[in-house]
Design a protein around this ligand. Structure first.
Ligand SMILES: *Cc1c(COP(=O)(O)O)cnc(C)c1O
Length: 484
């Protein structure tokens, strides 16, 4: 069945009068809009209220979300986010402030920013944070502009940035946006940075390295202190992509691993629902001597009075308007206060436990990408299944839809052939994980016995398998009345 769009459901004359007819409507458009600006003819769909409510309610049910089902999308941390945080972000007092309001009128708001910054400094070991960046990639851009400003101030000509071949795509994109040449360091077969290769690549023309730890295979970089040594000795900086920080919360800090600049995705790790491009916050923290480079303003305190400090000597300037995505910051603060230190450690333990539970239960059915124990996510490869039965990671992911499960991240990291990257997150119960494991085992059987079921999947969803090339090349994004 194909759901009609609301214009197609429209019946001429039914209830449009309610809006447009001045005799019926208490506030017809002419009440607000000068007569000469009113259109003669406006093609609004006309339906009864009941039909409108059903239409949108049914559409909303076509959405897949964390609030309805399991969403093990790797490197995305699609976890359950407590609803109370939304209530707090929506408090009247926060909703109705204006960014141009005077400092003395928004002392409570500034206090929240000040306190949140202290907590993130404690968690990461950084000296100060900027909340301006609106996403992870935006945080990376901010961080790498700081790297650039730092080296320029010392009049050092550094034009390369080292990035592991397993990195998230935003890392090389950021480095090249900042004008750097990207130098890729290969991974070992365990998926870790190859130290010998790094040693050969790192020189005094290299600005630094961008790293994710645990990396995108979900593995902790065991030689991180050697990496620090190699990069710092040549005067480079270590940038920490902390988009998915669950595994290490309260356990260790990027500063202890030798990182100089950090970004955290507050919308992944710190409880803001995300997807479809926002809203996000890619908070950026730096070590002490890099503080003067941060975007302005920072929130400071003098005699119990909070103020916006624009006085940063080498600031890279603003990277967006005002102070960042404030509601995301409120949610982060609420989340941290509610969990406390013990709670954060529990987050880390459970995120790692859940991923390893899946790893152990499925390792006989699916090929592991690394023999190392994983952290918050586990990566399998369907390469052998493709060779033996002709089913790909994509077929498998589509089949999961039939069982009501969102597919994991596929074909990433790029170093793993036919990759399936699974991040269960700390908020899933054992029962949910067991269901997922059972389904994955069943699909493994199907791949062996009736691969066509996978090839043609999904079978039970509203939309069947789409032609992905046409969908990307030939998107139909709006209803064309005359195109019908
Ligand atoms: C999600 C993610 C990013 C980018 O974050 P956005 O908010 O989507 O820009 C960067 N690095 C890693 C490892 C990520 O998982």
């Amino acid at each position: 069945m194909k759901e009609k769009i609301i214009f197609q459901k429209s019946q001429k004359g039914r209830f449009t009068d309610y809006v447009t007819n001045p005799q019926i409507s208490i506030f017809p458009p002419s009440h607000f809009i000068p007569q000469k600006l009113l259109r003669e003819d406006l093609n609004l769909p006309s339906l009864g209220e009941g039909e409108v409510v059903r239409h949108y309610t049914n559409l909303s049910r076509l959405n897949y979300c964390v609030d309805t089902n399991f969403y093990p999308l790797g490197s995305c941390t699609m976890k359950y986010n407590p609803k109370v945080n939304e209530d707090l972000a929506n408090l009247e007092e926060f909703l109705h402030i204006h960014p141009y309001q005077k400092e003395e009128d928004i002392q409570g708001t500034l206090e929240l920013l000040y306190n949140l910054e202290k907590l993130l400094c404690e968690i990461t070991g950084m000296e100060r944070f900027s909340f301006q960046p609106s996403a992870g990639a935006h945080g990376e851009l901010t961080g790498m502009l700081i790297v650039k400003a730092f080296h320029s101030l010392k009049r050092e000509k550094r034009f390369k940035v080292i990035i592991p071949d397993s990195s998230h795509g935003t890392n090389p994109a950021t480095a090249s946006m900042c004008g750097y040449q990207v130098v890729v360091v290969e991974s070992t077969k365990e998926g870790l940075v190859d130290i010998d290769k790094l040693r050969k690549l790192m020189d005094s023309s290299t600005a630094g390295i961008m790293l994710t730890c645990p990396n995108t295979l979900g593995i902790f970089e065991e030689k991180i202190l050697d990496i620090r040594e190699i990069v710092h000795r040549q005067g480079g900086l270590l940038y920490y992509d902390g988009a998915n920080f669950n595994a290490l919360l309260g356990i260790t800090k990027p500063s202890l691993m030798g990182f100089d600049i950090v970004h955290l995705n507050l919308h992944k790790t710190f409880s803001t629902p995300h997807g479809s491009g926002g809203p996000g916050a890619g908070a950026v923290g730096v070590r002490k001597d890099l503080v003067p480079f941060l975007p302005v303003p920072l929130v400071d305190k003098k005699n119990d009075y909070y103020y916006l400090n624009y006085d940063l000597k080498h600031s890279i300037g603003k990277v967006r308007s005002f102070y960042g995505n404030f509601p995301v910051l409120v949610k982060t603060y609420a989340y941290l206060l509610r969990l406390g230190k013990e709670g954060l450690v529990r987050v880390a333990h459970n995120s790692v436990l859940n991923a390893n539970y899946i790893r152990e239960k499925l390792r006989d059915n699916y090929q592991l990408a690394s023999s190392k124990r994983c952290m918050h996510e586990v990566v399998f490869s369907c390469k052998d299944k493709k060779e033996e039965y002709g089913v790909t990671a994509l077929d498998l992911a589509k089949r999961l839809l039939d069982y009501g499960i969102h597919p994991p991240t596929m074909y990433f990291p790029l170093v793993v052939k036919e990759a399936l990257m699974i991040e269960p997150t700390e908020t899933e119960s054992k029962e949910t994980l067991d269901y997922f494991i059972e389904v994955m085992k069943r699909i493994d059987q199907e791949a062996k016995t009736k691969p066509s079921v996978l090839k043609d999947a999904p079978h039970t969803t509203f939309t069947k398998r789409v032609d992905e090339v046409s969908a990307a090349r030939n998107p139909v994004l709006k209803w064309e009345e005359y195109g019908e």
